[in-house]
Design a protein around this ligand. Sequence first.
Ligand code: HEC
Length: 121
Amino acid sequence: MAGVRLSPYLLESNRKIFGILLLLASLLLSGCFYNDDPPPTSATGKQMYTEYCASCHKANGLGKFLMGIPANAAHRLSRAEVIKLIREGDPRYPRMPVFPQIKFSQADKIAHYLTELKEQQ
Ligand code: HEC
């Protein structure tokens, strides 16, 4: 069998491509980040949503299907359940980070903002 030997150049460029793929894969897997700073008391629901939720669920609340992040604007939870999910977590949504630094009244504003997002769709 002649001609199947890889040239050193090809090996080198394959390594580079592999490196880039690895980088992309790890970016995709980590995908979104979340903020654990407390919001200012004056923050509106929209501001807090943008700061704490949009990195995963996107600004429109449609989520990222390929990364398994649901459309939170389409949730069927009660307002109280959303507040609890944000501040304490919910065993039904183990992959969602918890934001204990967000006060009850602030989480309520975020929950209300989600209903506004839902109405926009
Ligand atoms: C790091 C990514 C990430 C961030 C940031 C995040 N979420 Fe989520 N969220 C998820 C994932 C992943 C799920 C699905 C969890 C599961 O099924 O285990 C989810 C689920 C939800 C659900 C339930 C959706 C449904 O289909 O019923 C709601 C509501 C929700 N998130 C609201 C929020 C709010 C509000 C914030 C901001 C305070 C927020 N999320 C921030 C990743 C995130």
